[in-house]
Ligand binder design. Structure first.
Ligand SMILES: [Fe+2]
Ligand SMILES: [Fe+2]
Length: 197
């Protein structure tokens, strides 16, 4: 009987200690949170200006993706297989750009903004190419400003990510579109269209 009373008492204290332990961590957690809030030191991992800028860039990448989506399907519908394949590939690259930025915003403890910028849909081959080139120039300028901002804020990982996207934009997408428009001027629209079947 004495043993079972002792066991009961020690069990009681054990529970009490566990509860005190939990209480301490709960108190410490809420204290730390309140202190952080009170003194304004509750900071996300990323620089807020960089995160806002990345969120603005997502809108441009999503617009590029969707503009390439509609244009590639229009080319397919017109029987222009080669240009369809190229622009379909471009669409996937823009989705990958958006994906990288979204993942970076999440890592920096921001909330990705999924609002897409407006798109411009062309009506024929030339207006589609020109609308895409206009968007690529716009995105390229925004990326360049982003690289500069990241440099100023010391976020070199984001800077490198944007620099890579600038390379894709400038040396691949933009360059290819410029070449198509130049080719059309050189060989004529009908010849160009025939080369894309
Ligand atoms: Fe892009
Ligand atoms: Fe692009």
């Amino acid at each position: 009987m004495i043993l079972s009373v002792n066991a009961y008492v020690s069990h009681f204290y054990f529970i009490k200690i566990i509860n005190l332990h939990n209480f301490y961590f709960a108190l410490r957690g809420s204290f730390a949170h309140n202190i952080k809030k009170e003194y304004g030191v509750f900071e996300m991992r990323g620089n807020p200006e960089v995160v806002d800028y990345l969120n603005m860039l997502i809108g441009g990448e999503l617009a590029a993706r969707d503009q390439y989506l509609i244009h590639s399907r229009m080319y397919e519908d017109w029987g222009l297989t080669k240009i369809f394949e190229r622009i379909d590939h471009e669409m996937q690259e823009e989705a990958a750009h958006a994906d990288s930025i979204i993942r970076r915003v999440l890592f920096l403890e921001g909330t990705p903004n999924m609002n897409r910028d407006d798109i411009e849909t062309g009506e024929d081959v030339v207006s589609c190419l020109k609308a895409d080139l206009k968007l690529e120039y716009h995105v390229r300028d925004k990326l360049a400003q982003g690289v500069k901002l990241c440099e100023e804020k010391g976020d070199y990982i984001t800077r490198d990510m944007l620099r890579q996207q600038m390379s894709d934009t400038e040396e691949d997408h933009t360059y290819w579109l410029e070449k198509q428009i130049r080719l059309i001027e050189l060989i004529g629209l009908q010849n160009y269209i025939q080369s894309q079947m």
